[in-house]
Each structure stands twice: as C-alpha cells, then as structure tokens.
Design a protein around this ligand. Structure first.
Ligand SMILES: Nc1nc2c(c(=O)[nH]1)N[C@H]1C(S)=C(S)[C@@H](COP(=O)(O)OP(=O)(O)OC[C@H]3O[C@@H](n4cnc5c(=O)[nH]c(N)nc54)[C@H](O)[C@@H]3O)O[C@H]1N2
Ligand SMILES: Nc1nc2c(c(=O)[nH]1)N[C@H]1C(S)=C(S)[C@@H](COP(=O)(O)OP(=O)(O)OC[C@H]3O[C@@H](n4cnc5c(=O)[nH]c(N)nc54)[C@H](O)[C@@H]3O)O[C@H]1N2
Ligand SMILES: [Mo]
Length: 559
C-alpha cells in the first residue's frame, strides 16, 4: 500500500491510497487523470521520439537569446519549480503575478501583514460559516462535510447547491461585496456589537474606521448590493456572539477592486473580533510556500503572467499550463505567440496551447513522479510518491537534469531537494505541517496593528447588459478533463433555451448554446471557466499583477 497526496490544483489536498487501485480523492483523479490520451512528442507536424523532442526542446532554449519560462498550475508539486534553476543558468526570464488569487492575497497582506492559513480544525469548531464567493460543493468539495451542519450564510450572486441548503443566501449583485462588508460593519457599530477590546489592542485607528463606515449611506448602498434591510438584519442576528468563520473564495476578487474587497471583508472580521479566537477566522487561499526556505527561488528577470509580451522572446517553454485558454484576452495571447520563433509545450494533454506549439514535450502526471506537495487551502503538505513509472513522458526534474548536464552544470539530486523541503516541516498526528502552520493564527495579534481599508475608488467602466461569471466547473480542473460548453442564463433573461447566442464586449466575441438556469440572477450570464473560448471576453489589464476575469460585462444577441 502506497500513501500519497493528490497534486491537482485545488483547495483540498487529498490523501490517496494505492494498492493497484487509487482510493480517496475526487472523480477527476479516479476516473479521468489517466483516461485522457497522453500527448505525443512532436516537432512541427512530425511525431518524433521522446528523446528527439527532449533534445530539440533543450537546443531551442540554449540557442535562444531571450528564453521565457511560462509555468502554470497544472501540478501543485513543488518539484515542478525545478525549471527555475534551469532558466537561471540560461539567463532567461520567468513570470511573476497570478491568474488566480493574487488580488485577494494582496488585500489581505495590506491589512494583516502576513497571511497565515486558517486551519481546518478552527473551521470545524465554528458555529456560523459565511461562505463568501467560494463554491464549496464544486471547487472545495472535501470541506463540505465539515460545514454542512453549521449555520450557513452564503454570499454569492448564484444560488449554488450550497446556497440552497443555507440558512441565508444573499444573491448580491456581482462586484458589490465591498459595499456589503462596509454596510455590515456599519450596523455592527450601530448595534454596538463590535469587539472593542480587540479593536483597541490590535487595529490601527478604529475610531477613524467607524466614521468611515458611517459614510456609506444605507439606502443607496443596499441598492448597490441589491439587498433588503431585512436580509441585513437576518445576517447580523446570526452573527451575534457566535464563533464565526468566513470562507472567502476567488469569486469576490476577479475585479479591479478585488484587493480592497478582501480588505473590507477582513475589516468586518476585525470589527467582530474574529482573529486569534478559537473557532473563528477568515479563510482564503494562502501562499503555499510561506515560511519555506525554497530551493527553487532564483534571481531571474521577470515578466507578468497576466499580460505577458510573448513576442519579445524567441523561445518560450510553456510548462503545466494552457495559456491560450486560461490567460485573459485569448485574442491577444494568440497574436503574441505568433511572434515567437519556438513555442515549446511541456504538458500532458492536447489542448489550445499544444495546437500552437512548435515542439511538444510530453510530461508525466503526478502518479508517475516523486514530489513534495504544499497547499494553499489546507494546512498540510507532504511527500508525493510515484505509483508507477511513466513511459510516455518526461518529468520536470529529469528534463532539467539533462539540460543542466548539457550546459556543463549539475543539479542537486532529486532526493536531496525533496528532503530539504520535508525537513522544514513538522509531523503532528501523522500529518506533515508546513513551517508557517499555526494552530490558531494571530493568537498573539498581528505583526503590526491591522490596517483598515481607506477608500474604494472602483468605478464600473463598462456598459454590457450582463455581468459575466466564470466560476469553476465540477467536472473540470481548470482546462483539464471534461470542459464546460454552454452559456447559462435565467429563464426570464430574454432568450430561448437551445438558442445559439453571440456574446460580445470590447475584448472579443464567443458563440455558445443557451441553457436556462433559475439559480441565476437576471443580470448575470454564467459560463464555466473551462469552456473553450471564454477568455475571448476578458481583459488582460490587471491589478496587483493579478488577472481580473470578471471585470468586463457582456452583451448578448441571437446569432
Ligand atoms: N472542480 C474544480 N475544482 C477546482 C477548480 C476547478 O477548475 N474545478 N479549480 C481550482 C482553482 S485553480 C481555484 S483558484 C479554486 C477556486 O475556487 P472558488 O474560489 O470556489 O472559485 P470560483 O468557482 O471561480 O468562484 C466561486 C464562487 O464565486 C461566485 N462569484 C462570482 N462573482 C462573485 C461576486 O462578485 N461576489 C461574490 N460574493 N461571489 C461571486 C461564483 O458564483 C462562485 O460560486 O478552485 C479549485 N478547485
Ligand atoms: N475566465 C476565467 N479564466 C480563468 C479563471 C477563471 O476563473 N475565469 N481561473 C484562473 C485560475 S484560478 C487558474 S489557477 C488558471 C489555471 O490555468 P492553467 O495553469 O493554464 O491550468 P490548466 O488549464 O489546468 O492547464 C494545466 C495543464 O498542465 C498540464 N499538466 C498537468 N500536470 C502536469 C505536470 O505534472 N507536468 C507538466 N509539465 N504539465 C502538467 C496539463 O496538460 C494541463 O493542460 O486559469 C485561470 N483562468
Ligand atoms: Mo486558481
């Protein structure tokens, strides 16, 4: 029996057992990971041997004046980062920024300083759970059993499966979370429900913040959120003197104001005194390598992963990513990649990006290589054990070891690198804890007093009739596995089910078939993020070096 950890890019960090068959994990791991045919090595149109693809990939990078490494999050194993060491030696460029949670992370750090992950044990001890823009039943399904019997408040424009079971569902207008947090804070002060002691001890200028929240006028703000005063009262009633956790997801921060929104949610939590107390806290995606001495940290030139100017590079190694689908503004990405002499796709499956590649180097999946897994949602990490040998591709370590040898350089042994990571963790009841793990984060307060959000100068910049929501799909893992294919609208949004519709905005257009879904607001169009072409409708502009996928609204017409 082999025990290992799932490496899919997910909040959960599931333990798997293998005795010829995989046990544990989700359907994607059990049913799909190995069913999709592995991409074949090729150079141009010609299928070649793995050896030839490896040689060609290395030689293209070596010969390039200006090589770029573009790595995605196809595999959460830390060893994937070993390509950094190669690019440092090549004098190449790597990317910085985030397609994912960066906006929210920036907001949290502005308020709290270091962002320490809220451990599962605290969530388990809570009485009230506020699920704020996180689709637990789709994207974080292994958390569900731990919260299903709590008092649930779901804040989501969509009536998700979880919202249907919740005590309160606020189907707010997208992008209005900042205002909701401010208004709730205002009412907590009005009802004198604030945690005075906590505010005085751990926050900077709480009197100023109290005045600030009073500047949000009640009626006007309720309209912005599209919520009734009664609803607000219901939420406040549930939150009174209860152990409360906020489970915040990426949904609230796919906008220009995303960092401030996280800061506002944190501010509300501070007013209620939810930090450093048992069964309380704010959970959001954390930095998975926080506190680690990272053997793959390098000094390289960097460029943004959001609006990467690919054509400025003569060779690009795309590793564990599908940027032609996943990056914002697909039309721009395609144009940029056309200007690159050699695009190398180092991945598992045929997809939008492999179609644009000059060299295809098949990789190995996480069943086929030893690794070390850190996590952004779960306060655990651990060794990942190869369950079988992969014949159809090459692992990141082996490719880099080969390339370094040809450069006359050596790479530390894989085992040594993995042990360097493991040695920094501590074991607790059979679970490996990362160096930054704290049982009760912020128990001693923050490094410096909590800084309240001071302004919100976000203005809607576009005039599309529908907000475009692009959440995660249950059957996909980003663009891997089964892809989404439909547009979803409320039955009363004005279009007939089955219609072929044109979605468009200033970034581009996309044609999709309509399905009705009464769980949606009438002003929202939902297209799962794995749906081919979805990012023809998003902007490559960014804040905090993070993509803002839901910033642009869309119009819809019959084809
Ligand atoms: N099955 C599956 N699981 C996944 C993934 C996957 O592709 N498939 N991807 C993984 C990855 S990379 C990530 S980053 C995580 C992300 O996991 P989540 O944070 O759950 O991200 P999303 O599914 O994009 O959005 C969550 C919710 O936000 C809501 N939402 C949208 N706009 C707003 C808004 O303005 N305000 C509020 N309050 N809510 C809003 C959406 O309706 C949705 O229900 O999931 C991971 N897990
Ligand atoms: N419109 C819209 N777009 C989004 C989002 C959204 O919410 N809305 N979400 C964004 C988010 S949160 C994220 S995280 C990004 C994700 O975007 P990407 O990082 O591009 O993720 P994937 O689409 O899953 O592509 C991963 C690829 O990695 C390959 N792969 C898997 N395992 C390995 C491995 O071990 N080694 C190698 N070499 N390759 C491997 C597979 O072939 C797979 O196709 O997408 C973003 N794009
Ligand atoms: Mo993500």
């Amino acid at each position: 029996m082999i025990r290992t950890l799932c490496c899919l890019d997910c909040w959960d960090c599931c333990e798997l057992e293998f005795d010829g068959r995989v046990k544990g994990g989700c359907g994607k791991v059990n049913n799909e990971l190995e069913k999709i045919p592995r991409i074949k090595p090729r150079i141009g149109e010609r299928e070649v041997s793995l050896e030839e693809a490896k040689t060609a990939a290395f030689e293209a990078l070596q010969k390039a004046k200006n090589p770029l490494l573009y790595r995605g999050s196809g595999n959460m194993g830390v060893m994937n980062r070993v390509t950094n060491l190669l690019f440092e030696k090549l004098g190449g460029t790597i990317t910085s920024g985030s397609l994912c949670d960066g906006n929210g992370q920036a907001g949290i750090e502005q308020g709290r300083g270091e962002h320490v992950t809220l451990p599962l044990e605290q969530i388990q001890k809570s009485e009230v759970v506020v699920v704020w823009g996180r689709n637990v039943k789709n994207s974080n399904m292994h958390l569900y059993p731990h919260i299903k019997d709590k008092q649930l408040i779901v804040i989501d424009p969509v009536e998700t499966a979880l919202a249907k079971k919740a005590h309160i569902h606020v189907a707010l207008k997208p992008k209005s979370d900042f205002y909701l947090a401010m208004l709730l804070a205002r009412f907590v002060f009005i009802e004198q429900g604030e945690d005075r002691e906590f505010l005085q001890e751990h926050t900077e200028d709480p009197e100023w913040f109290e005045e600030f929240v009073y500047t949000f006028r009640i009626k006007k703000t309720l309209e912005k959120i599209d919520m009734s005063l009664d609803r607000l009262g219901d939420i406040l009633y549930l939150l009174q003197n209860k152990k409360t956790v906020f489970l915040v997801g990426t949904g609230v921060q796919k906008y220009h104001g995303g960092a401030d929104t996280l800061r506002a949610i944190d501010a509300l939590a501070a007013v209620l005194g939810l930090f450093g107390k048992e069964g309380c806290g704010v959970s959001y995606m954390g930095e998975s390598m926080l506190g680690f001495e990272n053997p793959f940290a390098v000094e390289c030139k960097e460029t943004s992963c959001v609006d990467t100017p690919f054509s400025a590079y003569d060779a690009v190694l795309i590793q564990g990513a599908n940027p032609v689908h996943s990056m914002p503004n697909t039309t721009r990405v395609e144009r940029e990649l056309e200007g690159v002499e050699t695009v190398i796709y180092f991945g598992l499956y045929e997809n939008e990006t492999s179609q644009k590649a000059h060299i295809v180097l098949p990789g190995l999946n996480f069943f086929e290589k030893d690794d070390f897994r850190s996590s952004y949602g779960d306060s655990r990490c651990g060794y990942v054990k190869a369950l079988k040998t992969g014949e159809e591709g090459i692992g990141e370590y082996d490719f880099c070891a080969y390339a370094m040898e040809r450069l006359g350089q050596t790479l530390p042994a894989q085992k040594e690198l993995l042990e360097r990571l493991g040695a920094q963790c501590r074991e607790e009841n059979g679970v490996l804890r990362p160096p930054a793990y704290e049982k009760l984060p912020y128990k001693e307060g923050f490094e410096t007093p909590f800084e309240f959000v001071e302004e919100y100068d976000y203005k809607a910049q576009n005039s599309g009739a529908f907000f475009l929501l692009t959440p995660k799909y249950k059957k996909s893992l980003n663009s891997q596995f089964q892809r989404g294919e439909y547009l979803y609208l409320h039955p009363e949004a004005g279009f007939a089910e089955g219609a072929r519709l044109r979605l468009f905005n200033e970034a581009g257009e996309l044609f999709l078939t309509l399905k009705h879904d009464p769980a949606l607001r009438r002003d929202c169009a939902l297209v799962y993020s794995s749906t081919p072409g979805i990012n023809r409708l998003s902007t490559h502009k960014h804040v905090e070096n993070c993509a803002v996928y839901q910033e642009l609204q869309i119009n819809i017409e019959t084809e």
